[in-house]
Write a protein that binds this ligand. Structure first.
Ligand SMILES: O=P(O)(O)OC[C@H]1O[C@H](O)[C@H](O)[C@@H](O)[C@@H]1O
Length: 278
């Protein structure tokens, strides 16, 4: 079943697979704000103080960062895709899964910020214990362009201090809290004491987040970096759209293409995906 609903005062679509697995996506930002695997509880974190609407970035769920990750370039932080309205393209039930497709086509607003013609498409597929999210970008213009991107997933956990992230052993990471210093991950799993902001490079294997909510298997294609972020107590207190204590209730495990921007020729298409299995 696919139905139109209103969430955070915004038009949204609720996708329910025949087995009961469900997800909700806002048209604003093509922002997935909820994922409940079949027979399970909510697995994404959405801030109770989240705001949505033109120009707003929603705190929680799965923000789409495009065409720039973070402040790595001249564009607004994390680009503009997360703060603009996308269009609902289609919804379908196929092979036991509920599927939704949204798109964002370059227009006057995007060209004023970034002078390129493109079509971005977000596809979500939900069934059973699985959520798959794919971002595809086509260059519809006459000149090449380059971009960075990420699916900035906020994964719900009971307590950050008790959570563990598996699968990072041996990877190189850039420590954003230390001027991007490059470090080597010498142990696995990692635990958390508060703030963390790292970009794990060239991640070839799936990651796994373990918490009292259960294990969450996280894989990716075409998005070689994994960003691991939590603001910790001090930065959380400075975020107006996050309750002070809620930093303990999520970990962002983002899949991105960041260090080597994608260069897209006219007519060419790029796609990257992040998948979750509970
Ligand atoms: O507050 P936002 O603009 O949504 O950014 C939230 C966070 O996104 C990424 O994870 C970056 O690595 C962080 O440095 C940043 O603070």
């Amino acid at each position: 079943m696919i139905e139109a609903v209103t969430v955070l005062g915004q038009p949204a679509m609720r996708l329910v697979a025949p087995d009961g697995a469900q997800a909700i996506v806002l048209l604003h930002g093509a922002h997935i704000v909820s994922w409940i695997p079949a027979g399970d509880d909510e697995r994404l974190y959405l801030s109770p103080s989240a705001l949505a609407g033109p120009g707003q970035a929603v705190r929680g769920g799965i923000p789409v960062c495009f065409p720039q990750f973070a402040g790595r370039g001249p564009l607004p932080k994390h680009g503009f895709a997360r703060t603009l309205a996308w269009e609902w393209v289609e919804g379908a039930e196929r092979g036991g899964a509920a599927i939704g497709v949204l798109n964002l086509v370059s227009n006057e607003t995007t060209r004023a910020i970034w002078p390129h013609d493109f079509e971005a498409e977000l596809t979500l597929v939900v069934s059973g214990r699985q959520l798959d999210v794919e971002l595809a970008v086509t260059n519809t213009g006459h000149a090449p362009f380059e971009f960075t991107a990420a699916l900035h997933s906020y994964l719900r956990i009971d307590d950050l201090l008790k959570a563990r992230l598996h699968g990072v052993y041996g990877l190189t990471y850039e420590d954003t809290l230390n001027d991007g210093e490059r470090c080597h991950q010498e142990f696995d799993p990692i635990g958390f004491v508060g703030e963390i902001d790292r970009i794990y490079c060239d991640v070839k294997h799936p990651l796994e987040l373990a918490s009292a909510l259960g294990r969450l298997h996280i894989d990716h294609e075409g998005l070689p970096e994994a960003v691991v972020w939590n603001p910790g107590p001090d930065k959380a207190a400075a975020l107006p759209d996050l309750p002070d204590e809620d930093w303990r209730h999520f970990l962002c495990v983002e899949a991105g293409v960041i260090d080597t921007p994608v260069i897209l020729a006219p007519g060419a298409e790029w796609a990257g995906r992040q998948g979750f299995a509970a």
